[in-house]
Design a protein around this ligand. Sequence first.
Ligand code: ADP
Ligand code: GLC
Length: 496
Amino acid sequence: MPERTLKILMMASEAAPFVKEGGLADVAGALSAALSVMGHDVRLVLPLYYQIDPIRYRLKARKETLSVPMGGIGTLEASIMEGKLPGTQVPVYFIENEYFFGRPGGLYSTSDGDGYMDNDNRFTFFSRAAIELSRALRFKPDCVHVNDWHTAAVPVFLNTAYKDDPIFSKTASLLTIHNMQHQGEFYEGLMDVLGIGWEHFNYLELEREGKTNLLKGGIYHSTLINTVSASYAGEILTPEFGADLDGVLMDRAADLYGVLNGVDYEHWNPETDSLIAANYSIDNLAGKALCKADLQRIFGLPQRRPDVPVIGLVTRLVKQKGIDILAEAIYGILELDVQIVLLGTGEVWAHFFFGDIPNHYKDKLGCYIGYDNTLAHKIEAGSDFFLMPSRFEPCGLNQMYSMRYGTLPIVRAIGGLNDTVENLNEQAGDIGTGFKFYDLTADALENTVKWAVYTYYNRKDLMENLIQRAMSKRFTWADAAKQYENLYLRAIEKKT
Ligand code: ADP
Ligand code: GLC
C-alpha cells in the first residue's frame, strides 16, 4: 500500500479496452490499472460512445441523472453507466448523452474523416459532466487527471465555476499533454457555452488569436502539467514543436514534467500473445520465424529462402507520423531487397498512394488500409524491423512494443522515440536497440533503412545482439505510475 491512498479522478476521451483510436486509450486504461494496483482509489470517466458495447462490458445504469450547465445552450442531461476496467477494481463511469456520443463513425470525426462540427460542445459537455458526476457521487478527488484538449476545460471550470464548491476545495489538477497539435481551438462564442464569464477570454487564459483555445486554458489553470516523454517536454518549449503555444508553456515551464509512457506487457508479450501465429521468447526465437511466414502469407508476399527482411509499419496515416516523407522515400526503399507491410488509416491521399503500391510491387509491399488490432500484433511479431519516421512523437508506443517482440525499431530521433531507442553504435561498444536518423528528409530515412538492411544481410552477429538487447528492455507502467504518484503529491502540496 502507498503511504497515502490518493483519490484520483481520471478523465480521458478514450480508454482501452473500451474504445481506442490512438495511444491515449492505451495510456488511460493501463495507467488507471497501474495506479489501482499501487492501492490508489482511481476512477475513470469516459463518454459512452456508440462504439462501446454495454453488454460486453456488463455496464449497469446508475440512478443519478446529471444536470450539466452549458452556458447559453442551457442545462443538458446526462445519464451514467458504470462498469469496471477489465481485470481491475477500477470503477469506470460512462457519461451518456445520445445526441453527443451516440454516433456511428469515429470518435471525433465522421467515417469520411471530417471532424464533427460540434466537437467543442461535445467535449465541453463531457468535461463539465465529469465534474458534476464527482459531485453527485460525493467523490472528493485529491487530484483530477485530465488528458489532452478534450478534458482540458476541467481545470478551468475548477478554478472558476466551481472554485467555491467544498467538494473541490482541496482538489489539485494534472494536465497530461499527449499531443500539442490538437488544441481544441474553436470560435470565440464557445466562451458563452463554457459560461465562466468573458473575463477569462484573454491572452493568458483561453484566447488565442481571437479564438477560444481549450488546451491553452488547461495549461494556464492546471496545478501541474506533463507530457509523455522527457524529450517532448523540452521540445514543446520551442517554436518548432510548441504549435504556437510554446510561449504559454514557457510561462509554466517550472511546472512542466515529462513522464514516459509504459507498455501493457499483458497484451504485448510474444511469450503469451494469443493473436500471433506462434509464441516465442528471448531464449527461443523459433516462433518468430513462423510469425514472419504467417505475416507474409497474410499480405501475399513470397516466403523466400534465404530470408528477406520485412519492415513493418502500424500507424495513423497523418502528417505527424512523417508519412509524406515516407511517400517520398518509398520507391528508393523498394529498390532494396526488402519486403514492407503497412497497416494504417488516416488521410485519404495516403490511402490511395500506399494502397496502390502493391499493384506495382506485389512481391514487395503489402498494405491494409484500416484499423485491425490482431494484424497490429502480427506485424509486431512477424517483422524484422519497425519503421517510425515521425515528424514529432510525444512518446510513441509501437517502438516499445517492437522491442519486446525483437523487431528492431528504425526511428527518427525525436520525442519519445529518441528517449526509448538506443542507436546502434558499434564503435562505442554499446551496441544499441535500433536505428535512428535525425533529419526529417527522405534521404535520411532511406539511408537509415539501407543501414538496417545492410546490417541484416551482412552482420548476423550484430543483429542477434541488437535483438537480445531490444527484447530485454522494459518500459513498465509500474515505473510510470510511481512517477505519476509523485506528480499528484506535488500538485496536492502546491494546491494547499
Ligand atoms: P498515436 O497515439 O499518436 O497514434 P502511439 O504510438 O502512441 O501513436 O499509439 C498508437 C496505438 O494505436 C498503438 O497501440 C498502435 O498499435 C495502434 N494503432 C494505430 N493505428 C492502428 C491500426 N491501423 N490498426 C491497429 N492498431 C493501430
Ligand atoms: C499521442 C502521441 C503519441 C503518444 C500517445 C500516448 O497520441 O501522438 O506519441 O504515445 O499520445 O501518450
